[in-house]
Design a protein around this ligand. Structure first.
Ligand SMILES: Cc1cc2nc3c(=O)[nH]c(=O)nc-3n(C[C@H](O)[C@H](O)[C@H](O)COP(=O)(O)OP(=O)(O)OC[C@H]3O[C@@H](n4cnc5c(N)ncnc54)[C@H](O)[C@@H]3O)c2cc1C
Length: 327
């Protein structure tokens, strides 16, 4: 009988993405209540090297698909490989990252396997063996709680929604090398080239602190003090769509409904009004600080703390104080 959890690992540039450990931790919480083990499937040439990390993060049994054809995400290769992993692990629940890959993979798998799928999960609760999945809806303004009644459930997990378990390198776990059995003739897609946007420092999605700027900055030069603040706080800089559309900051750093989703410990919104489409990308931040001239702006009203001032006054003072605190 299907039981336990299968986590489809997120691998980027040959490394496990931090979201993998977060999903494994969520998986351990689930199996702690409903039984079974946490299986992990890792795809790509490095799979075997990465397996001990998945075990240290809480994986009980790791299936490695060490195939070069799985180094890059292609729908045509990942869907059959994930299907193979599901057929051998036989889980009740599959956890997949809410990333561009996972957003493509999860619904396709669900359709093929007749499974219910819940996208963009940020929390769950378990009662009487039934998992209730919580996901933001209406652009982050409300939360939907969903239960799935198919024997196989698939959920995509939003980054930074669950804390990883402390890595335990002494943990025991088994690794089983697998073959995906992909039919090469059925692979119609080809990756022609890959361009990586140049982003310095920490990735926006992984940053514990995000300093984001909006149209109120008045121009691209307005981002300079935000970068200074992010630097002293070990964070990353994001932007509203208005600022990106004006060409003030790279679109890769846009946060919101049509941009990236972030859930940092601290989100500092500088000269951003707080439109619902912006909230959709940062509503899950653990602490929100607004810096805005307008005390009635949505961002100020919904933030935990606010500085009501011109950012040109507020930011240098804030940077000085943080520098003093950091010694
Ligand atoms: C389909 C759709 C998708 C969208 N997707 C996104 C998305 O992904 N991300 C996103 O961000 N938006 C998105 N938008 C746009 C969104 O609706 C807003 O237009 C946008 O977020 C506004 O950006 P902003 O807050 O930077 O600018 P504004 O709304 O113009 O706000 C500027 C703020 O700066 C403050 N300000 C001005 N000068 C100063 C100063 N000197 N010091 C301090 N504060 C100052 C003002 O008081 C104001 O609150 C989307 C819209 C649509 C229709």
């Amino acid at each position: 009988m299907a039981e336990g959890v299968l986590v489809i690992a997120e691998v980027a540039d040959g490394k496990l993405n931090p979201l993998t450990a977060e999903m494994i931790a969520a998986g351990q919480r689930i199996v702690g209540e409903v039984g079974g083990i946490v299986n992990v499937a890792i795809f790509g040439s490095n799979a075997e090297t990465l397996a001990p990390e998945a075990v240290a993060a809480g994986g009980d049994l790791v299936y490695t698909f060490a195939e070069a054809q799985l180094d890059e995400y292609l729908t045509d290769t990942y869907v059959p490989a994930a299907e193979m992993a599901i057929s051998v692990a036989d889980p009740a629940i599959v956890l997949i990252g809410q990333t561009s890959n996972g957003r493509d993979l999860a619904p396709r798998l669900a359709f093929r396997l007749g499974a219910g799928v819940v996208m963009d999960v940020t929390e769950f609760s378990i009662s009487g063996g039934q998992v209730s999945w919580t996901r933001p809806c209406y652009g982050g303004n409300a939360r939907a709680v969903l239960a799935v009644n198919t024997p196989l459930q698939i959920a995509t997990i939003r980054s930074k929604s669950f804390d990883p378990l402390p890595a335990d390198t002494g943990r025991a776990g088994d690794t089983i090398p697998m073959e995906s059995g992909i039919d090469a003739g059925a692979v119609k897609q080809k990756l022609v080239s890959r361009e990586t946007a140049q982003a310095e420092g920490i990735r926006l999605e992984d940053a514990p602190v995000v300093v984001a700027g909006g149209r109120g900055l008045g121009g691209p030069e307005g981002f300079k003090p935000l970068e200074d603040l992010a630097n002293v706080m070990g964070g990353a800089v994001g932007a509203s769509r208005a600022a990106c559309d004006l060409g003030w900051y790279p679109p890769s750093q846009q946060i919101g409904l049509t941009g990236k989703t972030v859930s940092p410990d601290l989100y500092i919104a500088v000269a951003i009004s707080g439109a619902s489409q912006h909230w959709a990308g940062m509503a899950n931040s653990k602490n929100i600080v607004a810096i805005n001239k307008d005390p009635d702006s949505t961002m100020v009203k919904n933030a935990r703390y606010a500085i009501i001032d011109d950012y040109k006054n507020a930011l240098p003072a804030l940077i000085d104080e943080v520098k003093k605190l950091k010694g």
